[in-house]
Design a protein around this ligand. Structure first.
Ligand code: ARG
Ligand code: ZN
Length: 466
């Protein structure tokens, strides 16, 4: 969610055409045999992810020195070939590769933009499990997204703000970098002893020797690469376990502490409230990372523990928490469906206000609907943003939430809340598409919702009053 005071209003952006043509960079069978493709076929990010294999686990060992901004890394990927592979790609940008093995045998590799092309000494059989080990080092920095924002490893004055949506995971570890591939993660991160390194999941342990502290984190439930973090800073840390056994770990930059404290402490009650609405919270760990990163301008729903570039307001905390169900547990199949993340998280904000003495969701809807047809809110339809430059635009968030409200007023509260819970349950730890959501809503409500979704998700310009 955008955290700058003036939420950036989106203007229609001309679509960089023929992005899809890049897909042909994907490697079909060559004389040497079948190769994994350079992307999974995402229309907005054609090189994101890779074909031919699935990663079940990442074991990342990192050592970061905030002073020199130097990172040393080792990534061990446990994967399974989904086809015969004579070579395959990883997404990795910037850092220098110092060693690469497949099943402990040195493998040939070369860089081609964001693709790290790996040719193992012998071909991998379809269905075969294999392990890729990459050692690397250098000075990581962010990528610039199509909308001009930064993501990935973003250095701060005392560490790094690490958030990878949609592309930035590849700036700090080699990955199958598309939400279609979800994996468990282990992190072992060493930083100077006056810093903390905060990743996803449960803190397994923490040890200081020779002026450096090593943090070990484990994310057990499947996670998309873009939701991984390893945020580093001089944080005040607080750890506790809730009544339901949820492990909470908060890390707050002291400069944000006064503003953050009253909001961050509400996390357990927000998660409880959301669990009543959406079904059980999907992860065993929770928490907040509140950084002081003035050049970022957004927060991200990093899995189990969102990262904020500054002290969040309660609405932002509700938004990032709702993403744990919608976006993190239920993942996108394609970036084009981004409204399934942002429309839902925004609608959660409206529901929270409605049920906590604030404006009704109807009032939030009406205020937006009153905007003139020339407003950026109507610049493109949320179900078809047109390009990666628009995925975080106002129509995706606001008109996405309006779509859910239109659904609610059409099917009634009982069916609507049943739909939200059924969606979270049916696709828990997996993936969903807009078409699947439409079908589920029709099934749960027993109504034909074709016109409603066509109008609100795909119609150009301002829809007629529902
Ligand atoms: N998913 C985040 C949120 O709305 C926004 C991430 C924005 N990322 C970016 N590179 N601009 O909660
Ligand atoms: Zn969001």
């Amino acid at each position: 969610r955008t955290t700058t005071l003036l939420r950036r209003e989106t203007v229609a952006v001309t679509v960089p055409v023929a992005l899809a043509a890049l897909l042909t960079a994907a490697g079909p069978a060559t004389a040497a045999g079948p190769a994994g493709t350079a992307g999974v076929g995402d229309p907005y990010f054609p090189l994101a992810g890779n074909g031919g294999y699935h990663v079940s686990h990442y074991d990342l060992t990192l050592r970061y020195d905030p002073g020199s901004r130097h990172l040393d890394g080792k990534a061990v990927l446990t994967a399974r070939a989904t086809q015969r592979l004579t070579r395959f790609d990883l997404d990795f940008q910037g850092l220098k590769v110092t060693g690469l093995t497949v099943d402990h045998v040195k493998a040939a590799h070369r860089r081609d933009g964001q693709e790290l092309v790996v040719t193992p000494q012998r071909a991998l059989r379809k269905g075969e499990r294999f392990q890729v080990t990459v050692t690397y080092s250098g000075t990581p920095g962010p990528v610039t997204d199509p909308d001009g924002s930064l993501d990935g490893w973003i250095p701060t004055d005392d560490g790094a703000f690490v958030a990878g949506e949609p592309q930035g995971a590849m700036t700090w570890f080699p990955a199958n970098n598309h939400p279609l591939d979800k994996s468990s993660y282990d992190f072992t991160i060493t930083v100077p002893e006056d810093r903390a390194a905060v990743a996803n999941g449960v803190l397994l342990g923490r040890r200081t020797t020779n002026g450096r502290t090593t943090f070990r984190w484990r994310q057990t439930e499947p996670m998309a690469a873009y939701l991984a973090t390893a945020t580093v800073g001089k944080f005040q840390v607080k750890q506790y376990t809730t009544r339901d056994g949820l492990k909470v770990y908060d890390a707050v930059d002291p400069r944000e502490a006064a503003a953050a404290a009253p909001v961050v402490k509400q996390l357990p009650s927000v998660l409880e409230w959301e669990s009543r609405l959406f079904g059980p919270y999907p992860f065993r760990a929770a928490g907040s990372i509140v950084d002081h990163a003035p050049n970022v301008g957004y927060a991200l729903e990093t899995q189990s523990r969102p990262v904020y570039d500054r002290a969040p307001d309660l609405s932002t905390l509700v938004h990032e928490s709702a993403h744990q169900w919608f976006g993190d547990s239920v993942s996108l199949t394609s970036w084009k469906d981004i409204w399934l993340n942002e429309g839902f998280a925004t609608y959660a904000e409206w529901l929270y206000e409605e049920q906590h003495g604030g404006d009704s969701a109807q009032k939030s809807f009406d205020a937006l609907y009153a905007r003139p047809a020339t407003d950026g809110l109507w610049a493109f339809p949320p179900g078809d943003p047109g390009s990666g430059a628009n995925i975080f635009g106002t129509p995706v968030y606001a008109r996405g939430a309006m779509t859910l409200h239109a659904l609610r007023t059409t099917v009634g509260d009982r069916a609507f809340f049943r739909v939200l819970r059924a969606w979270a349950a049916a696709h828990r730890y997996g993936h969903g598409t807009t078409a699947q959501f439409e079908r589920l809503a029709e099934r749960e409500s027993g109504q034909d919702l074709g016109v409603l979704f066509r109008t609100w998700l795909y119609g150009r310009g301002k829809p007629g009053r529902p």
